[in-house]
Design a protein around this ligand. Structure first.
Ligand SMILES: Nc1ncnc2c1ncn2[C@@H]1O[C@H](COP(=O)(O)OP(=O)(O)O)[C@@H](O)[C@H]1O
Ligand SMILES: [Mg+2]
Length: 270
């Protein structure tokens, strides 16, 4: 299995959930483009529709209006070539770490030999610093280590798209920064198109090529910030002037999205 990182295009998406209280509009004419192999962070107010967006990209749901395109094909059903990781790593306790990571290969990698599947899982575990933990059970690992394993499981089958829905949100600050560095390393070695949902603006600036700010619900793409930091960044770069400037712009945009600042001042159109 080889990587074919997909170009992702969300075209004019509008969606509402049908609830007992009536329709709840969640996305409103939302359009976003993501290049092959790019890393896009999506930030926005809580409850604005970020997780809904990930379900649409993965094909787990279809929008009321508009289309999702992955690698030139319209998404109409769940895609096996999408990898996902969430805030809660949901590893299976009755499987070892190695066999948890191998799980997607057992489903979509049937043409790989068992040995090749195992080698692939071991290669990734070693890349994220989990060499020696292959035979442990999830409960024997720390939260940060479980999340590392969950990242390996999300990309073991070389998905065209990697969707990360607040995967570092439950970790303490130091562990989180370690995981950012792990994620950056994975990205150098592996070729996926990544979509990261986060509410941590520093995380978005450390990891992403572009940061998309969603408006409040129903969400549309309010602002897109191209990252000006060097590609091979370090945590120190987060304290540089360009990073400080980007964080100020993003913080302002979040306030606009929350309705706490007017949209029509200089920064909103920067
Ligand atoms: N299956 C569903 N049925 C009804 N309402 C939902 C469903 N899923 C999410 N919602 C509501 O839609 C809104 C957007 O949800 P979500 O996409 O999870 O937001 P976010 O991830 O940005 O916090 C929220 O108000 C949430 O309560
Ligand atoms: Mg969410």
């Amino acid at each position: 299995m080889t990587y074919k990182p997909a170009h992702i295009e969300l075209r004019d998406i509008t969606h509402a959930y049908q609830t007992e209280a009536g329709p709840l509009p969640v996305l409103d004419h939302l359009s976003i483009k993501m290049e092959e192999g790019s890393f896009t962070a999506v930030v926005g107010p809580s409850g604005c529709g970020k997780s809904t967006l990930t379900r649409l990209i993965a094909g787990l749901m279809r929008p009321d209006e508009g289309q999702v395109w992955l690698g030139g094909k319209m998404v109409t059903s769940p895609r096996p070539t999408v990898g996902m990781a969430f805030q809660n790593p949901v590893l299976l306790e009755w499987r070892t770490i190695l066999r948890n990571v191998m799980l997607p290969l057992e489903i979509v990698g049937k043409r790989m030999s068992r040995t090749a599947q195992e080698d692939r899982a071991r290669e990734l575990l070693s890349l994220v610093g989990l060499e020696g933990f292959e035979d442990k059970r999830p409960s024997e690992l720390s939260g940060g280590m479980r999340q590392r394993a969950s990242l390996c499981r999300a990309i073991v089958h070389r998905p065209e798209v990697l969707i990360l829905d607040e995967p570092f949100g439950a970790l303490d600050a130091f562990t989180r920064e370690d995981l950012w560095q792990t994620m950056a390393r994975l990205r150098l070695e592996e070729k996926f198109t990544a979509v990261l949902i986060t509410h941590d603006l520093r995380e978005s600036v450390f990891l992403a090529d572009n940061v998309v700010v969603l408006s409040g619900r129903p969400a549309t793409s309010q602002f897109v910030l191209p990252n000006t930091l060097p590609t091979n960044r370090t945590l120190e770069d987060l304290y540089s002037q360009p990073a400080t400037d980007m964080l100020a712009i993003l913080r302002h945009q979040i306030q606009v999205a929350q309705g706490r600042a007017p949209a029509d001042d200089a920064k909103a159109t920067a």
